[in-house]
Design a protein around this ligand. Structure first.
Ligand SMILES: CC(=O)N[C@H]1[C@@H](OP(=O)(O)OP(=O)(O)OC[C@H]2O[C@@H](n3ccc(=O)[nH]c3=O)[C@H](O)[C@@H]2O)O[C@H](CO)[C@@H](O)[C@@H]1O
Ligand SMILES: C=C(OP(=O)(O)O)C(=O)O
Length: 429
């Protein structure tokens, strides 16, 4: 199993290209199930989750092809991928595939809308919480689906098609918003969805669906209105830059000091996180081709933060912020409000010398003057990268085990950091 080894202490200086967003790519790829025409997505990152979803879509009968880099593209890696779901050959998403990646459950929306039936394995919980699917079920039922749960599978049917409805989510959910949106675009009549997630990835999906011929208004607000259409066509659409990768590297620079251009990043996608980093004393400026992050030798200020749905501080940056605050000049309080168990990184950061205590959903982080390298264990995607951030500043060597978690969501992490002066490498044991 691969390990990442880091020799801490080097400042980061240079350019880090920001990849296409994992959490935008996944729903966009799933949207290809809604049409028999080709959906072309630009700026799709090379990630384990993208590859897993390609396997799931292939099982439903989706063909895909990748085209090479074009003259206008400055990244060697961004891919343009074409997805064609000419014929859906299987409406079942089996346990073996869905259990590998939660977002694959989302195929339930387009399969139901296009085929009138879907049978999708329950995704189950994961290291960060129980993650139920009740909101997916109640919103699809509102659109006229009949749903039964049998043998670990959600079986949804709408033999005469879905019907537009007025539905209010009792709780904000990114995934359930994506799915209800993808289902409602092909429903008969109008749908109003209230208390919807406002995440930029929802906006990116709605723009793609509109380019395919859907009639959606209000994405990015808490009320989305959809006028159903009978069919969708293909389209060409670009995946937005990854705001979580952006925030992660900004925090890495905050941790080590240095001066880095996050090339292609969009500040408007993560204002609340950038505000927190400014409060911590990191210099952040929006420039023509991205975001410049700079910190000189001054210490970091502590911050108090609560995670919240967009536009609040993202839960997907909570672990990284905790890594950063381990070396602040004072005590920070970080409260997790989205997932009940997203603190697996606390004990691993403690192995590096961090002083963190947990009470309920709040972590109190007392800054220490230095961290010391140690072997640590990655437990989930964002927890893993918080250990990398801490390792970049720790004295001596940090070995991060189980790095397959990182490969789910960070494209070429070691190469990007090495290019800015970090001593970091991957080894197989
Ligand atoms: C692939 C992807 O985009 N994943 C993101 C997505 O996950 P995901 O879409 O799974 O997260 P949700 O927004 O749905 O979850 C928010 C909260 O709602 C709860 N919930 C959700 C659905 C449901 O039917 N019932 C229910 O109770 C969840 O357990 C959680 O406590 O948004 C999360 C919150 O920003 C991010 O951390 C994930 O990175
Ligand atoms: C929690 C995440 O992903 P997922 O919802 O796929 O588990 C994440 O991207 O941080």
């Amino acid at each position: 199993m691969d390990q990442i080894k880091i020799k801490g202490g080097n400042a980061l200086n240079g350019i880090i290209p920001i990849s296409g967003a994992k959490n935008a790519s996944l729903p966009l790829m799933i949207a290809s199930l809604l049409t028999d025409d080709t959906l072309t997505l630009e700026n799709v990152p090379h990630l384990a989750d993208v590859e897993s979803l390609i396997r799931i879509l292939s099982n439903h009968g989706v063909d895909y092809s990748v085209t090479g880099r074009r003259q206008s593209e400055d990244s060697n890696y961004a891919r343009t991928v074409h997805f064609t779901a000419r014929n859906i050959v299987d409406i079942t998403a089996p346990y073996e595939l869905v259990s590998k990646m939660r977002a694959s459950f989302w195929v339930i929306g387009p399969l139901l809308a296009r085929m009138g039936e879907a049978r999708v394995s329950l995704p189950g919980g994961c290291a960060i919480g129980t993650r139920p699917v009740d909101l997916f079920i109640s919103s699809l039922e509102a659109l006229g689906a009949e749903i039964e749960i049998e043998n670990g599978y959600v079986h949804a049917t709408a033999k005469n098609g879905l019907v537009g409805a007025h539905y209010r989510f009792p709780k904000v959910s990114v995934g359930a918003t994506h799915v209800a949106l993808m289902a409602a675009v092909l429903a008969k009549g109008d749908t109003i969805l209230e208390n919807t997630a406002r995440e930029p990835e929802v906006v990116n999906l709605a723009e793609c669906l509109n380019a395919m011929g859907a009639k959606i208004e209000g994405a990015g607000t808490d009320e989305i209105r959809i006028a159903g259409v009978t069919s969708l066509s293909g389209a060409r659409h670009r995946v937005i830059p990854d705001r979580i990768e952006t925030g992660t590297y900004a925090m890495a620079v905050g941790m080590t000091g240095g001066d880095v251009l996050l090339k292609g990043a969009r500040a408007d996608l993560l204002e609340s996180a950038l505000d927190v980093l400014r409060e911590a004393g990191i210099d952040i400026t929006e420039v023509d081709d991205g975001i410049r992050v700079y910190r000189n030798g001054n210490g970091l200020m502590p911050v108090d933060v609560r995670t919240a749905p967009y536009p609040g501080f993202p839960t997907d940056l909570q672990a990284q912020l905790m890594g950063l605050m381990t070396m602040a000049n004072g005590t920070s309080q970080i409260t997790e409000t989205i997932f009940e168990n997203r603190f697996m990184h606390v004990q691993e950061l403690a192995r590096l010398g961090a002083d963190i205590s947990l009470s309920g959903q709040t972590a109190t982080v007392r800054g220490v003057p230095k961290l010391k390298g140690a072997p640590v264990m990655a437990t989930d995607l964002r927890a893993s990268v918080s250990l990398v951030i801490a390792g970049l500043a720790a004295e001596g060597e940090t070995t991060v085990n189980r790095v397959y978690h990182l490969d789910r969501g960070f494209e070429r992490l070691e190469a990007k950091l090495q290019a800015c002066g970090a001593e970091i490498g991957r080894y197989s044991d």
